[in-house]
Design a protein around this ligand. Sequence first.
Ligand SMILES: Nc1ncnc2c1ncn2[C@@H]1O[C@H](COP(=O)(O)OP(=O)(O)OP(=O)(O)O)[C@@H](O)[C@H]1O
Length: 774
Amino acid sequence: MEEKQNVSERGYIKGELMHTIFVNEVEHFSIAKIKIIETNEAIEENEVVIKGYISTLNPSEMYLFYGEFQEHKRFGKQYQVEQYQRFIPSTREGLITYLSSDLFYGIGKKTAEKIIDRLGESAVSKILEDSSVLDHIPGLTKDRAKQLTETLKENQGFEHIVIQLSQYGIGLKMAQKIYEKYKEEALELLQTNPYQFVLDIEGFGFQRADEVAKRNNLAMNHPSRIQAACIYTLQQSVQEGHVFVPVTKQVEMVDYLINGKAFSIFEEDISREIDELNKKKQVIVVEENAYLPSLFYAESGFCTQIVRIMEGQIKHSVADAELLRIVGDIEEEESLSYGREQYTAIEQALRSKLMILTGGPGTGKTTVIKGILRAFGQIHELSLDPDDYDNKSDYPFVLTAPTGRAAKRMKESTGLPAVTIHRLLGWNGQESFEMDEDNQLGGKFLIIDEFSMVDIWLANQLFKAIPTDMQVLIVGDEDQLPSVGPGQVLSDLLESGKVPAVKLEEVYRQKEGSKIIQLAHEIKQNQCTIDSLEKDSDFNFIPCGEHQVIEVIIQIVERAFQRGVDIRDLQVLAPMYRSQAGILKINEEIQKLVNPKNKQKREMRTKDFVFRTGDKVIQLVNQPEDGVFNGDIGEIVAIYQEDEGQNQSEQVVVSFEDREVAYERKNLNNLMHAYCTSIHKSQGSEFPIVILPVVAGYRRMLRKNLLYTAITRSKKSLLLCGNKQAFLQGVREEDTNKRYTTLVEMLQEIVTQSNFIEEQEQNEKEEISPYDFL
Ligand SMILES: Nc1ncnc2c1ncn2[C@@H]1O[C@H](COP(=O)(O)OP(=O)(O)OP(=O)(O)O)[C@@H](O)[C@H]1O
């Protein structure tokens, strides 16, 4: 270990991170400013800008960078890093940092100091030789000592691999992932086929594999390289939301990715490798479209499930007159009169095995859902009250939504139980679900809200688990952003025209004087003008320059705060994380205002954030074992610092809607501050007050569906700030990046129109409906 750390004759800079200037996390490319501690390069300054394929650098650690200076036309002198590694210490200080790092659970700085005081600088080898040397170290319990020894032993193999991988510029985090997957075989694979990492290890980019392959003199036209490029380009397309890629386009993408000056790989070579992958079923090619297998099976499977459910019979169909009476009674009890399209929605939902209800905000989707539930209950003589059922599993109404907050809203608006789709399906946190075709859901009527957020994988999983005799209502707003995952299931179902659908267009809430809703509908109908941005009781657009926008946000938050607004009711939304007015910067500033540093408050620092008790935070990934999901917002209610001697590890405790979750330090990257969140993460949630900065710097993100989603998150008050022209330009910008999916064609090929749709079309032609008799 020591040898490898010695600084050789090669040009090097030993230094610490001052700040990161740019980072591409996928490709591990970074530009950063470094404080120089030691160097043999000709440089007089104490700091330098470095760039290269570098993983995230940790500010508390020292690194050795090998490379050479380059003169950049605009940015001047920069150090192009060819290779780098963490400087694993042999000094007392360095060893203390190492032993108290995240690698060793529960060892804090004080304990590490005591260990080194007792055992000296060869502490590690002494412990490995005989762990009893740790006995009687003050503050180190037996359990901790045992854990430390075990981790050191485990890390023997790991450390060796980390050092080898660092020769290729592979950072600790990535090395950890690689080690977990391949253990001792990692190095051999690295030398013989680094492209396997591209396929197996999330975030290991193709260029990085190329760098490794070049250094090991591997052939650039090797089939495993071309095949990895084929799968890699498909994976990249999936991240952009595509379900497949046309083979011709895939060949182009692969060609672009793999061809260099010194060698040429022909299109025929790429096509041949796609065929090979197809034979091995690692890629599925159907009609010149290339799919990753899981997506091909999800899309075709979902289509089959739709047909199965639509072909099921409705047990108890209701006569027109009976329906009119039932709906009339509900109207009387609710003191409202359903609009024509609302009535059609209720009627069709009750008569269809599967129906889609779509419409913008305030068009009465919730009102209609409530009407459908009550009417269904009456027709089938089923109580809506869960307490009337001895067994929970006998309850016939199943309400679900893709996010926790959307499910909660559903529960509040209907007064009935509602759960997330993941919980409904009994997701175990890996890839498997308890409910599937062999173990289907119980219940008679299923309502799925916020369906625009459901990707093709989840749609397939959910529909597999729906019994054929269950009636299903899909609810969603097609103008919102599509799902984060692949597919555009809601808009494809609508476009296919094969599933009965009712679109609500008349706005009811607007009648109560909501400018927010009016603006939403103007955006939807492409009628938004500068006049649409005039101030109103629930709306304002504060014009300001990009450099002032954070200041304006802070002023608004400060004023709201002074007026006693709860920070949980106020949400800043922005489209980008890293920019002058990006989410990270906004969060930092709001935290300073509403939850500043204070001796009374405990803190925990991570590489990116300072978490403090009282902070509003957002969960960034699904963590089903703890019942928290991507997008859930909570508050830090306690921070436990390491309390040596009492077996208390460092923990941050977050209180979410209905539970508290404790995060150990290693899981803290599942959280970030939530004073400002991304518009994408806000899907499915609503907030009383929304502040939305819109500046020219966000330009490449500003699209109609993004801005529409953002403004429809606000319920009572919407405050925009920034550049009105950038907003108007953005709402005119349709999202032209249409996703490649085959659902529409598949549905059109295999779904035969149900009698009901034909009947409905007939009715529409004659322009009569039962409602006309009311
Ligand atoms: N037919 C009606 N007559 C009178 N008021 C109605 C009618 N339909 C809906 N409303 C009222 O309009 C408002 C919006 O309705 P609702 O909440 O059902 O719409 P929504 O589409 O679910 O809206 P959002 O998506 O914004 O939650 C509510 O106050 C509701 O009571």
